[in-house]
Write a protein that binds this ligand. Structure first.
Ligand code: ADP
Length: 749
């Protein structure tokens, strides 16, 4: 659909119209009047020779007051139009300043007009033409003359809105005379407008803001693309269908006030270069709605008209094409036929390597109506949230896209907002070191590392453990060794103690044995002394025969003394021998003598301890038994032990015996082929059967404390074993015991 454009050959700065349809356009080259019916235009320019011409060719503002008078703000001040004479009247009021540029005009109330000049707002009484500084209302606002007023607006409630440079937006309430300041940080407020819902809109150089009726402050209006819409700053107007239009010079932005949907339309730009000076876009334009609802927008070259009511809907959506894809600054398809094919086939997927991640896509929504009115939006799904609005260039560019699956979506709408959509899948592959099989490889690598580490660790722990247990064993072995040494030591001490104990037993016997020979020696010494004295007397008496006989007696006595001396000597020697620790050497020993000798020693010992006890001794030695190689001290100890036990047993039985009891200990030897046995038998208390197997164990004793060590039989057993012999016991409890020692006859020396 065509938008009618009118070329005036100059930039339009302001537009207003009369109910008749006459249009007034303030331009850089004068004021233009356009007749609606004939289309005839008339341009009013300044003529220095005509006092009733317009005061300047540059017309910043035009407005009609309530009474229908047309007011014109020019570069040289304020004029008003006299329709009857088709002339202008310049408002001077004797003040030179009033002749400076009037940038804005705003009818206020019934008979006053606000005039915006550089650094000042003035108030004109439209009846008397009196001009005054508009100070009263501004008193509190802090604006006064020091502020550049950029735009003004009076809303339906009569509140005056003043947009400034650098001082934000001020609202002046005529009833309360209070001012409120908004948007203090915004450098420039270009336009202010109140829509039919009572929302105040303001376009600034930081974008579009709005304040709904109940809001306390302005908030930013952001469209889907997040764009700042500062280029649409040349006028705001609302149509009858509740759409708001923002003039953007040959383009306009339409916001549907019901749903805030936003559309940008372009009007075919006329290829005209105008030398209108360096006016910024936001001074050019203006927007006006006439009584028919037609909208007029000023442009750099004239104006265009929209008739929102007659707009024919175009229901054919644009066809979207992708015209080029550049990857890393190179076209995706180098030769153009390929690209044509690519596009023709409407491919909807491209696959790229991980380093092909700088992508530029050019697209267009082809529509054969007015393509410049199409709207385009795009978005890269999985990469961004919001849609971009492509206003001029239909190009989307993305750089350094991480690997992933994306969908590039394009939406295009025709000038009537009928949308179509197209999408292109973009696959950026992972680099090989990030693919699933690479991860599998990493995983297995890690797994192998973990397993081998675990193994090594385990092996280390194991060997450590082994080392530790070996050390432990060694320490234990040392302990055992130590304990063994200690045990050995204790054992030898025990053996020694046992030996001393049996020595004690011996002492009595030995003392008794020695006492007899000593008695003989002493007695015979005395006898010999007397004999010698008598012999001397006989010699003196001359009885030589008698003396001789006496001398013979003395000699025979001396022999007896000698005999007993030798006996004592032997006893002492044997005692010494016994107390000596075992030499460990076997000697050929007369067994019967040894058995007899120790029997006597033991018997005397027993007698010394218990004088009242009479024990019958029976001995029966085998004369065939001669010398046998034994360790005599050791076998002697065995015998002594057996005898002591036998005497103890009979003494014990004797104590409790009823009726006639003759304690008897019998000892016998017997040769049997290559062995011989020694039997020590008693008729004592005997040994209970259940302890018979224990008596050879060390420390087993039934004797009262202090009387037995329990070591005797155990040591004896060891000695006999060491001699290659055997020892056993036969006993009936209460009737006596018989110990039988068997030893080899040819024991090695
Ligand atoms: P101790 O004589 O110091 O008790 P022994 O090893 O010589 O140690 O004897 C161990 C035990 O054997 C004795 O306490 C005793 O009970 C028993 N025993 C040894 N000989 C006889 C015996 N002739 N008659 C009865 N019991 C005996």
């Amino acid at each position: 659909k065509e938008v009618p454009q009118f070329d005036l050959g100059t930039s339009v700065l302001a537009i207003t119209g009369e109910p008749s349809g006459t249009l007034w356009l303030g331009t850089v080259k004068g004021l233009i009047r356009k007749d609606p019916v004939s289309g005839v235009t008339k341009t009013y320019t300044h003529d220095p020779r005509n006092a009733h011409s317009i005061s300047s060719d540059r017309v910043w503002s035009v407005t009609r007051d309530k009474s229908g008078t047309l007011w014109i703000g020019t570069n040289a001040g304020l004029d008003h139009y006299e329709p009857n004479s088709d002339q202008f009247l310049h408002i001077r009021n004797g003040n030179k300043e009033n002749n400076s540029g009037v940038f804005g005009l705003l009818a206020k109330g019934t008979d006053s007009l606000l005039i915006v000049q550089q650094n000042a707002i003035r108030l004109l009484n439209t009846k008397t033409f009196a001009v005054s500084e508009y100070r009263n209302d501004l008193q509190d606002s802090g604006l006064l003359t020091t502020v550049d007023v950029r735009t003004m607006y009076v809303d339906r409630e009569g509140k005056l809105w003043i947009g400034t440079f650098l001082k934000g937006l001020t609202m002046l309430d005529p009833i309360t005379r209070k001012t409120v300041r908004y948007l203090g940080n915004i450098p420039t407020i270009y336009q202010i407008f109140e829509d039919s819902y009572g929302t105040i809109w303001t376009m600034s150089d930081e974008g579009l803001f709005l304040k709904k009726n109940r809001d306390t402050d302005f908030s930013k209006f952001i469209d889907e693309g997040g764009r700042i819409l500062t280029e649409f700053s040349s006028g705001i107007i609302e149509d009858e269908q509740k759409n708001l239009y923002f003039n953007g010079i040959n383009r306009y932005l339409r916001i549907n006030l019901k749903n805030f949907e936003m559309v940008v339309f372009e009007v075919n730009q006329q290829n005209v270069h105008l030398n209108d000076g360096d006016l910024p876009d936001n001074y050019i334009g203006g927007a006006f709605k006439n009584k028919d609802g037609n909208l007029y927008f000023g442009t750099r070259t004239g104006y265009f008209v929209l008739s929102p009511g007659n707009m024919r809907k175009n229901s054919v959506p644009p066809q979207i094409t992708i015209s080029s894809i550049r990857v890393n600054s190179k076209p995706l398809h180098t030769d153009s036929t390929n690209l044509t094919d690519f596009i023709a086939q409407q491919h909807d997927e491209i696959s790229l390597e991980y380093d092909q991640n700088n992508i530029v896509i050019e697209f267009a929504g082809i529509h054969y109506g007015r393509p410049e009115n199409n709207q385009h939006r795009y978005k890269l799904e999985n990469y961004e949230q919001d849609w971009h609005t492509a206003i001029k260039e239909k190009v989307a560019s993305y750089s350094n896209l991480p690997p992933g699956d994306y969908i590039f979506r394009i939406k295009a709408a025709n000038s009537d907002g009928v949308w179509s959509e197209r999408s292109l899948k973009i696959l950026i592959l992972q680099p090989w070191w990030k693919t699933w099989w690479a991860y599998l490889f990493y995983f297995s690598l890690i797994a192998v590392a973990v397993i081998s580490f675990d193994r090594i660790q385990r092996r280390r722990i194991l060997s450590k453990e082994r080392e530790r247990s070996r050390e432990k064993e060694l320490a234990q072995a040392k302990e055992i060794e130590k304990a063994y040494a200690a045990l050995k030591n204790t054992q030898s001490q025990l053996i020694h103690a046992e030996k001393m104990a049996s020595l004690g037993e011996l002492t009595a016997g030995i003392a008794h044995e020695i006492q007899n020979p000593l008695n003989f020696v002493n007695n015979f010494s005395d006898v010999n002394k007397e004999l010698l004295l008598e012999m001397k007397a006989e010699i003196d008496a001359g009885n030589l025969e008698v003396a001789k006989a006496m001398a013979n007696d003395i000699i025979s006595n001396e022999e007896k003394i000698k005999y007993h001396g030798i006996k004592a000597d032997a006893i002492v020697k044997s005692m010494l021998q016994h107390s000596k620790s075992s030499s460990g050497h076997k000697e050929l020993t007369e067994i019967n003598d040894l058995v007899d000798e120790f029997l006597k020693l033991a018997y005397h010992g027993m007698r010394l301890k218990d004088k009242n006890l009479n024990v019958a001794i029976e001995s029966n030695f085998d004369p065939l038994l001669g010398k046998v190689a034994i360790i005599p001290q050791d076998i002697g100890r065995v015998l002594l032990n057996l005898y002591n036990n036998a005497f103890f047993a009979v003494a014990q039985k004797n104590q409790h015996a009823e009726g006639i009891y003759i304690p008897t200990v019998s000892v016998s030897t017997k040769v049997k082929a290559d062995i011989f046995e020694i039997k020590v038998k008693d008729n004592g208390s005997g040994i209970a059967e259940n302890i018979q197997y224990k008596i050879f164990q060390p420390f087993f004793t039934t004797k009262p404390t202090g009387q037995g060590t329990g070591l005797g039989l155990s040591l004896s057993y060891d000695i006999i074993k060491a001699h290659g012999g055997e020892m056993k016991v036969e006993s009936v409890e209460g009737e006596g015991a018989c110990f039988i020692v068997t030893l080899p006859v040819d024991g090695e020396a």
